[in-house]
Design a protein around this ligand. Structure first.
Ligand code: HEC
Length: 108
């Protein structure tokens, strides 16, 4: 009996670990994403699409952008450092502050 249970457990553990192994490994360093990529994937989901206010081309101060991203504000969710890394956020906030308006953008 024992000889049967142990391999069965091993298979079970491997099956559970498989999705984890396919994803990010613990301690693995992910490359930094460019600001326009993060904006397009994360912020642009709401901003410029009627869900949030337009934030490009308004010269919003980088410091207040960083604060709002980390703390959230009303309908805006907060993002943790595991979601947007500190160095990514620095670059993103400066990029947004210096950005020019996009003609297709719609505000809230
Ligand atoms: C789920 C939708 C959503 C996502 C995703 C989102 N926001 Fe927002 N954001 C909002 C909403 C809604 C507001 C307006 C909050 C309020 O009414 O006070 C807002 C407000 C803001 C403001 C303040 C704008 C102003 O006029 O003062 C900034 C800056 C901002 N968001 C930056 C970002 C950045 C940078 C990202 C990406 C990392 C992001 N947001 C992702 C919904 C979102």
């Amino acid at each position: 009996m024992k000889g049967f249970v142990v391999p069965l457990l091993a298979v079970g553990v491997l099956a559970c670990a498989a999705p984890l192994l396919a994803a990010q490994k613990l301690g693995e360093v992910q490359p930094l994403r460019a600001p326009d990529q993060i904006y397009a994937k994360t912020c642009g989901y709401c901003h410029g699409r009627n869900v949030g206010p337009i934030i490009l081309g308004r010269a919003l101060p980088a410091e207040s952008i960083k604060y709002i991203v980390r703390h959230g504000q009303n309908g805006m969710p907060a993002f943790r450092p595991t979601e947007v890394k500190p160095s990514e956020l620095d670059a993103l906030a400066t990029w947004i502050e210096k950005s020019t308006a996009r003609s297709g953008d719609h505000g809230q």
